[in-house]
Ligand binder design. Sequence first.
Ligand code: HEC
Ligand code: HEC
Ligand code: HEC
Ligand code: HEC
Ligand code: HEC
Length: 206
Amino acid sequence: MLHPFHSFFLVITLLVSSHAYSWWMWTPGDHVDDSTQSMIGQGYHPDQPIPFSHKIHAGDRQIPCQFCHSSARRSTAAGIPASSSCMGCHKFVNTDAEPIKYLKEKYDKNEPIEWTKVHDLPDYVRFSHKVHMQAKGDDGKLLLADSPDEVCMACHGPVKEMGTAEQWAPLQMGWCIGCHNQVKTPAKDGKPAVTYAPVSCNTCHY
Ligand code: HEC
Ligand code: HEC
Ligand code: HEC
Ligand code: HEC
Ligand code: HEC
């Protein structure tokens, strides 16, 4: 039988090492580990199965964002590249590195890499990459920035300096509307050349 003194320490150890710890030590404002609570928000930066570096690929090697996120120009989602597009280079590049061996193993087994989603708007919000990527001013130039990569970074922040991606923008309604109120769009549907991106509720809500 355990001496009462030992079981006292056993209880303390259990409290300290289990989830009860965060409840036990909780003070107002603390983050509570509650699986029903969304973990997604500004600064969200989940662990990923491969330490992929945006800095190496998009920064140092200047691979355009849309080489990998190729649906951004033509659909709602930007898309995450399949391992086959990684293997186009990594059949030859850094084949001895551990993450590349893992990549090749998954590719050979025809299994997808299970990247954790970073950004996630609520389902009742309508968002499309295409309309933002294609938005042009009346001078025919891109409206949101000078180059496509910079358009991406207007909303996603300094991705060329990031490792795996993190959520940079708040993605809140005020953030969307703030930009919609600022930006001018070209003439369309008989409306004058200088107007604003729409802010009526059904623009973004179903
Ligand atoms: C006007 C702001 C804006 C621009 C410009 C923009 N994004 Fe996004 N992006 C978002 C928002 C908002 C989400 C979250 C969408 C959701 O959860 O439905 C998102 C989600 C994503 C995702 C994850 C989901 C998906 O769509 O596959 C990727 C990858 C992505 N963006 C990459 C890019 C790239 C690359 C570019 C440039 C080619 C770009 N984004 C341009 C706002 C933007
Ligand atoms: C256009 C070519 C190209 C593509 C496509 C590409 N990479 Fe790379 N990758 C490189 C180069 C070049 C390096 C840096 C090599 C160096 O300098 O050591 C690199 C480095 C890496 C590293 C670091 C390896 C190490 O030494 O630890 C990882 C991990 C990686 N890539 C994963 C990926 C993944 C995952 C994809 C697909 C989403 C991908 N790469 C797509 C060219 C590419
Ligand atoms: C070589 C391929 C490659 C290039 C180039 C690349 N990305 Fe990515 N991107 C990935 C991969 C793989 C992921 C999934 C892992 C992660 O979240 O970082 C990703 C994730 C993202 C996400 C988060 C998606 C989500 O789950 O919400 C965003 C945003 C993003 N990239 C933006 C960009 C932007 C902006 C650029 C250009 C500056 C860019 N990417 C260039 C491969 C690439
Ligand atoms: C950096 C500026 C910027 C941000 C941030 C932004 N938008 Fe936009 N958005 C625009 C511009 C500019 C247009 C108009 C494009 C055009 O009509 O050519 C637009 C158009 C749209 C449209 C299409 C409107 C239509 O019917 O023609 C939707 C939907 C939309 N945005 C949703 C969103 C949502 C949701 C968010 C936030 C998650 C968001 N936008 C954030 C600049 C932005
Ligand atoms: C440019 C895009 C955009 C427009 C226009 C827009 N919303 Fe939103 N709205 C969003 C986004 C993104 C979210 C989700 C993020 C958040 O909760 O802020 C949201 C969330 C909401 C929510 C849920 C808020 C919460 O705290 O759960 C309500 C209610 C709402 N919007 C009502 C409206 C009404 C009413 C209008 C018109 C006056 C409107 N929205 C116009 C983008 C927009």
